[in-house]
Ligand binder design. Structure first.
Ligand code: PEP
Ligand code: MG
Length: 326
């Protein structure tokens, strides 16, 4: 089986009926980047930057960040690299003193873009480093935990101001650095229409979206099956986000764990996704599942999927989709 998977390294991620699906990689280390490149990922869809801030007592400097981002961009040799701005919070705490660790509801607190906006000097250093890396290959900026239009507008303004200053300082930075939002807060998903014209691309973070939509802690062991994407409301919301993005010609990917599970491939294709971002560890398995899928048939059965009334109903749909692909 390993050998069979290995043969998929250089193969396209194309469905049986000839539709290409874009497979991007999630990465948070140089190893991940090397693996993503070797397996033929189309780019990085989610480069998590938290690791630079964890396990240390001081904030990383602009220069240190720049070097890491530049090496990542060079490591992907011309394929787009989507760098996510810092997504720390009391639920992903650091030791640098940036995150105040005493919130009652850390998952609902000062995290992600909220922290970046609250600490503009920290965000400036990170955004400057990212912009400087854009001189070495295609870079996109992805903003986590967006819940309203204002956050994107502020980030866009900050990026523009920093780009102007960097150019004045003599740095060669890219003409165009697309700005995207993570869709992982239900309000951003439901209210997407209001700010979709302010973003260049979207990435759906199902890990958090499921947590916030179902009011189920993503790390709570006792909740068991309650924390699951196999809920009719989750599928409806995914469908809404994907359809809204498509209506506006805005690229949309899913970058939560769900995208790395080959069992869910038929479901995500059926909902209309054409871009997935996942850890390289399961990239070949997901590619295999895509190559076994028939997009036309899956699209036809999406209304049946969306009519499922419970987890069992969704699992039944998944089982029949898997049978059709076998
Ligand atoms: C997500 O929430 O789905 C996601 C990809 O981000 P993280 O897991 O880093 O919160
Ligand atoms: Mg998240």
């Amino acid at each position: 089986e390993q050998r069979e998977l290995g043969r998929l390294r250089g193969k396209p991620s194309r469905t049986r009926d000839g539709h290409d699906i874009t497979l991007l990689a999630n990465a948070e280390s140089a190893d991940d980047v090397a693996q993503a490149h070797a397996l033929g990922a189309a780019g990085l869809g989610l480069y998590r930057t938290e690791f630079l801030f964890l396990q240390r007592n001081e904030l990383p400097s602009e220069e240190e960040q720049f070097q890491v981002y530049r090496d990542t961009v060079l490591g992907m040799s011309g394929r787009p690299v989507t760098i996510r701005t810092l997504d720390l919070g009391a639920d992903k705490a650091d030791r640098t003193g940036l995150v105040l660790g005493d919130e009652d509801n850390p998952a609902l607190g000062l995290r992600g873009v909220r922290l970046s906006l609250a600490r503009p000097e920290v965000a400036d250093a990170q955004l400057r480093a990212i912009l400087r890396a854009s001189g070495y290959g295609p870079v996109r900026v992805l903003v986590p935990m967006v819940s309203c239009r204002e956050e994107i507008v502020l980030l866009r303004r900050q990026l523009k101001r920093l780009a102007t200053r960097l150019r004045a300082e003599g740095h060669a930075i890219a003409e165009d650095v697309p700005l995207g939002a993570m869709i992982e807060v239900p309000a951003a998903a439901i209210g997407l229409e209001a700010f979709i014209d302010d973003v260049d691309f979207l990435s759906i973070g199902t890990n958090d979206l499921v947590q916030y939509l179902l009011a189920a802690d993503r790390n709570h062991e006792a909740l068991g099956e309650l924390y699951s994407p196999l809920h009719p409301a989750v599928l409806r919301l995914l469908r809404h986000v994907i359809a809204t993005a498509q209506a506006h010609d805005t690229p949309v990917a899913v970058c939560g764990e769900i995208a790395g599970d080959p069992r869910f491939v038929p479901m995500l294709l059926s909902l209309g996704l054409t871009e997935l971002s996942l850890h390289p560890a399961t990239l070949l398995e997901v590619r295999r599942a895509i190559r076994a899928s028939h997009l036309g048939a899956l699209t036809m059965s999406s209304s049946r999927l969306l009519r499922a009334r419970d987890r069992k109903g969704i699992e039944k749909w998944l089982a029949s989709a898997a049978e059709a692909d076998a």
